[in-house]
Design a protein around this ligand. Structure first.
Ligand SMILES: [Zn+2]
Length: 246
C-alpha cells in the first residue's frame, strides 16, 4: 500500500516511498488492511487498486498494489469515496474541549460532553450525521462511522485551523452566533431585556445576545476582544492557504 499526502503521517511502517507491504492471511477487506497499519477509513478519500478505484469493502488479494489518497476538493475522479465533506456539524470526544469551544465560537454546531463514552460519541455521530473529531484512531475505525477526522495536532488553535482546512470551513464562518457553553444558537436581544442580568460595567455594551438553549447572555466585553483576536487569527491562517497572505 502506498500512502499519499498527510496519510503518510498516520500509516505505520512506511519505507521512503511511503509504501508498506502488508502480510495477508485470509482475504480481508481493504478497510481492514488500511486499519491494520493505523489509517482509519475516515481519513481516506480515494483508493486505487490496479487501474481503477475501489470501495472499502474490496477484498484484497495477494500481490495487489493499493494507492490511498486523502479526501480532497481537487480530486474530481470516478470512485471518489469522500471529498472534503460539506457537512459542518461536529461531535468531539472528551479530550477536545477547547477545540469544541473554538468551533462554536466560529459558529459551527459542535456536540461536546465531558462524560461521553465511545458508544455515545458514535451514536451521536451517526444519528445526527455529524463529523466525529477525535485523536482516537480506534474510535474512527468503527464501521458505523461515516464521516470523521483524526485530529493530528495537540494544540487547540492549530487543531481549529486543521479542522477548518479539512472541511473547507473558511467561507462558512459565523463568529459569535453560537453559545460557547452549550452549543445553542444566539439571538440578538434588546438592552432592556437583559439589564437585570448583566453586571453594571457591561450595561453600556453595544449589543447583547441570548442563547436560545440555556438563556446565557452575551455582550462584547474584555473577554470578547480575546475571542475576536482568535477568530482573526483563524481567518489569517486560512487566507494564507489561498496565497492571499492578508
Ligand atoms: Zn447556551
Amino acid at each position: 500500500m502506498r500512502f499519499y499526502g498527510d496519510l503518510a503521517d498516520l500509516a505505520r511502517g512506511l519505507d521512503r516511498d511511503a509504501t508498506v507491504t502488508v502480510p495477508l492471511g485470509t482475504s480481508r477487506s481493504v478497510k481492514d488492511v488500511l486499519e491494520a497499519v493505523g489509517v482509519p477509513h475516515t481519513e481516506v478519500g480515494l483508493l486505487i487498486v490496479g487501474d481503477g478505484p475501489v470501495g472499502f469493502d474490496h477484498l484484497v488479494s495477494a500481490g495487489e498494489r493499493i494507492a490511498a489518497y486523502p479526501p480532497s476538493p481537487m480530486l474530481e475522479v470516478p470512485g471518489l469515496l469522500r471529498t472534503t465533506e460539506p457537512a459542518a456539524r461536529f461531535v468531539l470526544d472528551v479530550h477536545l474541549g477547547t477545540l469544541a469551544r473554538n468551533l462554536r465560537l466560529l459558529g459551527f454546531d459542535s456536540w461536546y460532553r465531558t462524560d461521553a463514552d465511545d458508544p455515545l460519541l458514535a451514536e451521536v455521530a451517526v444519528a445526527g450525521s455529524r463529523v466525529l473529531l477525535t485523536r482516537d484512531r480506534g474510535l474512527l475505525m468503527r464501521r458505523e462511522i461515516v464521516h470523521g477526522h483524526c485530529v493530528r495536532s495537540q494544540d487547540p488553535f492549530t487543531q481549529t485551523v486543521e479542522v477548518a482546512r479539512r472541511f473547507g470551513l473558511g467561507p462558512r464562518l459565523r463568529p459569535f452566533s453560537r453559545c460557547l457553553a452549550c452549543n445553542g444558537e444566539l439571538v440578538d436581544v434588546d438592552r432592556g431585556s437583559v439589564l437585570a442580568e448583566v453586571p453594571p460595567l457591561a450595561r453600556d455594551a453595544e449589543r447583547f445576545s441570548r442563547c436560545t438553549a440555556c438563556d446565557r447572555v452575551y455582550w462584547p466585553g474584555t473577554h470578547h476582544q480575546h475571542l475576536a483576536g482568535l477568530v482573526a487569527s483563524v481567518r489569517r491562517s486560512l487566507a494564507d492557504d489561498l496565497g492571499g497572505g492578508t
